[in-house]
Ligand binder design. Structure first.
Ligand code: ADP
Length: 244
């Protein structure tokens, strides 16, 4: 990570209102190049909503989001080229095999046949999905499905990865595989991943952004968040005991 490099993910004054309800209020942060940043908060804190605004899937009520310096709202396609997004319950077609799903996603990204073949070989091995390559996605375990979702997110080799609860619902072995995969992807990508699990922060992140009830509560390193005490105590203090 270099301090002088521009942030690859930036939120400035992001707000999202659903009628009279405020889901996200004036959230600003920057994710530095080369970091793995945990986007931490209790359930319902506004993590998914913020991620959807960062990735251009949801228009902000106010504020701006940029990826690699590109404004997501005004130039969504250019921003999307720099970005891989794993939404909660990733958009996989259950009747397709990983081979079909990923070939389809590659064509949507406009990869040429030669680049697509290289990309498919690369993600099949890096995401360790070769063994299920020709099985219908509906027959795969949640762990394999999540790795197919990750493969789809990195197919076009983006600089930035935004992952919404990538280990949710996985068993401990599957969690370890996905965490290892994220760590290896982070060698040449900037990663923002949402979680409500403190162990995830300790296991994987070098930065933390904490939100609760739609508001930014903390941005810094895990050690700064713990501030000489425990992450759990500070999490409780900053979220005022909002149930996770
Ligand atoms: P998180 O990802 O942190 O669990 P979300 O971003 O999914 O939180 O949700 C934040 C808040 O916004 C929650 O109270 C949720 O119920 C509410 N919310 C999310 N989407 C909608 C929607 N489409 N309409 C109304 N409220 C919503």
């Amino acid at each position: 990570m270099t301090d002088s490099a521009p942030p690859l993910i930036e939120a400035v004054g992001l707000c999202k209102y659903y009628g009279a309800f405020t889901a996200v209020q004036d959230v600003s942060f920057a994710v530095p190049q080369g970091s793995v940043t945990a986007f931490l908060g209790p359930n319902g804190a506004g993590k998914s909503t913020t991620m959807k605004m960062l990735t251009g899937f949801l228009a902000p009520s106010a504020g701006t989001a940029s990826i690699a310096g590109i404004d997501v709202d005004s130039d969504r396609i250019a921003a999307a080229c720099q970005l891989g997004y794993l939404p909660e319950n990733g958009p996989l077609y259950p009747e397709m095999t990983p081979a079909q799903q990923l070939a389809y996603a590659g064509r949507v990204h406009g990869l040429s046949p030669a680049r697509l073949k290289d990309a498919l070989d690369r993600v099949a091995s890096s995401c360790r999905i070769d063994e299920v390559w020709h099985k219908p996605i509906r027959k795969l375990s949640k762990g394999f499905r999540q790795r197919v979702g990750l493969a789809q997110a990195i197919l076009h080799d983006p600089k930035v990865l935004i992952l919404d609860e990538p280990t949710a619902g996985l068993d401990p072995n599957q969690i370890q595989l996905v965490r290892d995969l994220i760590k290896s992807l982070a060698k040449d990508k900037t990663v923002l991943l949402s979680t409500h699990i403190l162990q995830e922060v300790e296991a994987i992140a070098d930065r933390v952004i904490l939100i609760s009830e739609g508001k930014l509560r903390f941005s810094g390193t895990p050690a700064e968040l713990a501030a000489g005490g425990s992450l759990e105590a500070r999490f409780r203090e900053l979220t005022k005991g909002v149930a996770a």
